[in-house]
Design a protein around this ligand. Structure first.
Ligand SMILES: [Zn+2]
Ligand SMILES: [Zn+2]
Ligand SMILES: [Zn+2]
Length: 281
């Protein structure tokens, strides 16, 4: 399984869209790994984890054929994870010679309702017919072609069943956890009982190199705690890669600083364009 971190920022981006804080000004000057677009992960060239407004930028930057994507996993209805209007362009006069005629979007019921409302004004029937919305609930386990998906309950927006996902293909598992605060031991125990073993775990690091403890996002030291908890429960493989992603500008540290803080704990800090590949043993 190959993951490409197309974007690794929280909602506002780094530098943030309207911000002049020191972190954002430095990011603009330094460029490189300090520029973060909205979070999205490409899995094996045919699957997207989340669909932010920066998807078009990701297509340009990484020269992607987005018509190859046959499944999209949406975590929740925040705009940096779900920009449904773009799907109106998937067919008809807006897209010719597409590689795959159909795409399946996995999401919760809030995202499904938002998707239908936000596309209703502009989507053409022939475009709509190529998009299947599949609603999933926490702890649903779904086979999608040769990909096994397990939806898990995120700790994020009150009133929405926000999701994170475990994705498994050809004996390799990835646990993709943004946006969420720390998950409880129960969640990991239940995931393990469903046969999950993660070789890659990518976790929310919105707050940078701090411990937040609870709430709807995490910092680096929450990831350290989650890493220990996942090991205790036994849902990580022995050489699992644990990755911090979805970082915001609300941290004093640039990429180099956060990466240095994370290194002693065996945690990798993601940057835009980073790839991670694991093959089954
Ligand atoms: Zn987010
Ligand atoms: Zn800023
Ligand atoms: Zn969110």
């Amino acid at each position: 399984m190959k993951l490409t971190f197309l974007g690794t920022a929280a909602a506002e981006g780094v530098p943030a869209v309207f911000c002049n804080c020191p972190t954002c000004l430095r990011a603009k000057q330094r460029g490189g790994k300090d520029i973060r677009t909205r979070s999205q992960i490409l899995i094996d060239g045919d699957t997207l984890f989340d669909f932010p407004m920066d998807t078009y930028l990701h297509m340009l930057r990484y020269k992607l054929d987005l018509s190859k994507i046959t499944r999209v996993l949406i975590t929740h209805a925040h705009m940096d994870h779900c920009y449904p209007q773009e799907f109106c362009m998937r067919g008809g006069p807006f897209a010719h010679d597409m590689t795959e005629p159909r795409v399946t979007v996995y999401c919760n019921s809030t995202v499904r309702d938002m998707f239908m409302a936000d596309t209703a004004r502009e989507i053409r029937d022939e475009v709509k017919s190529g998009i299947e919305l599949k609603t999933v609930e926490p702890y649903d386990s779904v086979m999608s072609g040769d990909v096994k998906l397990i939806a898990l309950p995120a700790s994020h927006t009150v009133g929405e069943k926000c999701l994170v996902y475990y994705v498994e293909r050809r004996g390799v598992g990835a646990l993709l956890m943004n946006d969420t605060g720390p998950l409880s031991e129960d969640v990991f125990v239940r995931l393990k009982s469903m046969g999950a073993k993660a070789d890659i775990a990518a976790l929310d690091c919105t707050y940078g190199a701090i411990r937040h403890g609870t709430g709807r996002h995490m910092g680096l030291y929450d990831i350290v705690d989650q890493y220990a908890l996942m090991n205790k429960v036994g849902i990580l493989s022995s050489d699992a890669r644990v990755i911090a992603t979805h970082l915001s500008h609300n941290t004093d540290l640039d990429y180099d600083g956060i990466a240095a803080a994370a290194r002693p704990y065996g945690i990798t800090v993601a940057y835009d364009g980073m790839t991670v590949e694991k093959i089954a043993k």
